[in-house]
Design a protein around this ligand. Sequence first.
Ligand SMILES: *Cc1c(COP(=O)(O)O)cnc(C)c1O
Length: 202
Amino acid sequence: MVGKDTAAVIVEPILGEAGAIMPSDDYLAQVRAITESVGALMIVDEVQTGFGRAGSMFQYLENKVMPDIVTCAKGLGGGFPLGAIMYHGIDFQPGQHGGTYNGGPLACAAASAVLDIIEDEGLVKNSKNMGKYLMDGLDAHSVHGKGLMIGIDTSSGKDKALAMIKRQMIPIYSGDILRILPPLTLKKPHADNIIKVLNEVL
Ligand SMILES: *Cc1c(COP(=O)(O)O)cnc(C)c1O
């Protein structure tokens, strides 16, 4: 229960490891209203959704909700280990927060290059467009998610994943949900290939 003794509420804007499960449209706004009413911090975990993965730079921006803290990693380094937080209205002093993968000069240089490429190559828009293209091509199945963060309900995700690997495609799965998270640089011919393989396997 969230109440006056709650320090913070941490939420994913879209459930990632669980299988690209979408909340209702007003989910973040409701969490914001509840945390504000009890004086708890709202922490949005954008480690997976951030930097274009789910078709926008950040889900909290798209939902027009201002969290107190946003966590970032994965896409920020584009494969290079890096973690970061963004915060708003908290008076952190130097040394009050840290992490194993925070602030390394090489990782920060990699992230700076990644952010340039995301912008220069329009990868957020590409993620949104290609995600829609993939989901349209797979609409015979129970497909959910956003941008290039897609889950498909199936029976035995593991068997389906193994069948895809035999066709040179490596998905991940969460129980019975097959997870499709292709690179943000995905182009139409790649998407067509994913659709073809999935329609064979599912
Ligand atoms: C991968 C993931 C994490 C873990 O990030 P680490 O950098 O491995 O600690 C946290 N939250 C979400 C939503 C993730 O997908």
